[in-house]
Design a protein. Sequence first.
Length: 410
Amino acid sequence: MAPFPLSLATLLGHWGQYVVYLLIGVGFGYVLESAGFGNSLKLARQFYFQDLTVLKVMFGAIITAMLLIFTASGLGLLDYNLVWVNPTYLWPGIVGGLIMGVGFIIGGFCPGTSLVSLATFKLDGLFFVLGGLFGIFLFGETVDSFAVFWNSSYMGRFTIQDWLGLPVGVVVLLVILMALFMFWGGEQLERLVGGKNLKLEPKMRYAGAGLMVLGAVILIIIGQPTAADKWQALAPAKDPLLAERSVQIPPAELLDTLHNDALKVILLDVRSEGDYNLFHIAGAERVTLAALPTLIPDLLLEPANTIFVAMSNDETAATEAWKMLTAESVPNAYILEGGLNHWLETYASADPALPPATPSPGDDRLRYEFALALGAQSPAATPDPHEFAVDYTPKIQLKLKRGPSGGGCG
């Protein structure tokens, strides 16, 4: 499933990847220049409702990419979780958008179009690029003075479908209809204010609009794959890892990993609230299997040195959580071998008050009957790795992060 597991550097070599980047950049710049976006007068005319080419080209590109991305995702050709989506910082984003908008009106360029103008040796493009570079320098030197605001109103990977709570296909159709209405309104403004003769506009634009709407309707029918759908596709390749016990890490390895400063460990305890309150490993976050999908966007934004460990009383629920994490492309996911029962068995001596284990009352049940809900207050929740020399075969292998790791703006 794309994006492909091999990077461009692996496929084409160190310098080969830069050739691809260069070709993409040149192609993008050629399209912008061909559309007249290297001319600041043409760009500025949109703010006076005389020429809405920028609106139509840019918004047309947005809805085309949106439709293709989610259609590919719906067909199982693209893993949307591996596509970079800028995290939302609401109020800083609004202020930044206003600043960029004012700069666009005054200078006649956005960052990408200013570079196109510079590449075609236009003097105003040169001054705009120099001003942009100075602004970047000034921002870097002063950001600490307003860092609280800069990092405020963080909402993570927040999309329109998250905001509206609607299926992806419905949102895509609504955005396309909104864009088409804006295109129609833009043409009317060009006719009234700019004096454009709409009869000279290509008739094929109506066919294009119809195809976009049809594509959105098809997308609604296709839908988006669930975690279960994704796992079904991955199962032939991933089931052997479970059978070979390659992803079930022993308690001793988890304890050492928790004390490894080079790694960040996120413990996902998928047991019931009652069992979690009775006992859990220090730092573990309780999450139900039903709620786990809501955490995926944030888990994908964790740094590359993060290890995710799912745990339950035995392994049944934790294995289901691992399947979900794996299906959603969360890297470096593991299962606590034997669950919390095995952990308590391994470190029982750390807590003299720990009750003896009882025969298993059933699948994935806690075998220790605590008189009080100790949570992480039991010494067995934070054993000292220096006091427990337990031999084990390491299984954790930090893999190259495949999740979204960066983005940019044209």
